[in-house]
Write a protein of this length. Sequence first.
Length: 565
Amino acid sequence: MRPAHLAFTSVASIFCLPLAVPAAAQAAGHSAQTAPVAAAAPATPATPADKPELILAISVDQFSADLFSQYRQHFTGGLARLTTGAVFPQGFQSHAATETCPGHSTLLTGAHPSRTGIIANNWYDPSVDRVVYCAEDERDPESSAKAPVVSNLHLNVPTLGDLMKKANPAAMNVAVSGKDRAAVMMSGHDADAAYWWLGNGFATYKGRPLSAAASAQNAATRSLIEGGAPALQAPQWCENVARAVPIKNFTIGTERFPLKAGDFKSFGRTPRVDAATGELAVRLVDEMGLGQDENTDVLSVSFSATDYVGHAYGHQGVEMCIQLAQLDASIGKLLEALDERGIDYVAVLTADHGGIDAPERLQLQGYPSAQRIDPALSSEALSAVASKDTGITAASGQLLYGGGSSGDIWLAPGLSAKQQKKVVEALLKRLAAHPQVEAAYTADTLAKVSPPTGNPQDWTLIQRVRASFDPERSGQVLVMTKRGVVPGDPQPGYTATHGSPWDYDRRVPILFWRKGMAGFEQPNPVQTVDIAPTLAATVGLEQPVGTWDGQCLDIDGSQADTCRR
């Protein structure tokens, strides 16, 4: 029996209707889930035949395949253990909108953003005439894009946890993260518990009380912050990247994360927030009895500090090196805690997107085309020139809106069809002439493109964009900048980012591990949308054809028949 725990009601009780079969799959006469990826699996698999007691789904925000490759030789903790399982170093977030919310929406839904509806972290909604946040309920009068009432409202498909609870209401679906959008997108519509770091402690959905475990973790974390902490020690193998790189009037490359007493703001952007996230996950295991009865539960843990460190300092300084060493230790403690409790779990680790280093350091390293985005490509600047070119103005004063690095551009409401056509034509002409722009597509053009299938490594640019395109939410124009162009004006705390359609942002590792598994490494490109159907097969959860955009991976040599169902 489970230990007693707080009972939570579902944030949303309405599941989506059965998913339609993608057009491409219908045309081919089969679903993408019917053909398992061949793996160099062992002849005699050692994995236990019974379904696991717990699915541990780990996301490391901004953990690119490049970072995994660069540092995997140094891992000695949790990341080292996971590399002894089924390793897919060529995983893909296949779509173009390589941001946190879209990426997390693919991990346990098995669906691309074009179907999850999560096309960006933020998008412009003409019905409310403002930018909305991917994980907010803008219908709530207390909600705003900067201070959202956190919700799963915009996620259009169920997660693995949702489906498992639908099949067996006794299954538990729990998520914890450094970011609200990661916890929401991994747990979905029917979470028994979901927590994320918010300012000075872990928070949960509006109207839900904090459990005893969350309150205890907050007390422990606040005690740490109020007392402060010395700089983190850099492993010896980090010292060769500890070099100052000038950016404007500040430098990056040498920060070691000392924590001033009472500095809650900085805490959430250091490796220490990952440690707290892992500690809360263990507390929730004990409080809710996860993995401790006959029902398979889902625990989603998203570690956010790699993303915060990547944005603030880039990828190639001592900061990221320290971060990955600390992350390795934090994941190791989480796995060891599950081992100590005797839980039979299957773990998967991947990322919501990759990233690119700060252009200033890339230029010093022989990448001269790496550059900051031209301010002329901002929505405000494009709005001004489009208005000048067409003579058309908007009642709000701004003709165009942009909602993030994903490249969507929305037209202001109130324009006639004739005016919209004229503005789009003028905008496309301007974009085509700009040296930093690789391509620009209209919504009408993308709507005519079939959802992409096949090897994600070989997808064309327009196919990558199509995998992110939702006609209800995407912009009227989507613009893709050239490789190496980094959005944003650099400042302390923000020097690098992601969001492009290029492989440094799309490629992520995908690792599966279970005690007794005979490991292998598979170089064949796979996708994050393959994770959900693979885990579903592991626990024997069958779903209708068309549920998944991905395919089941035979991760231990014993799932080939299950994957073909």
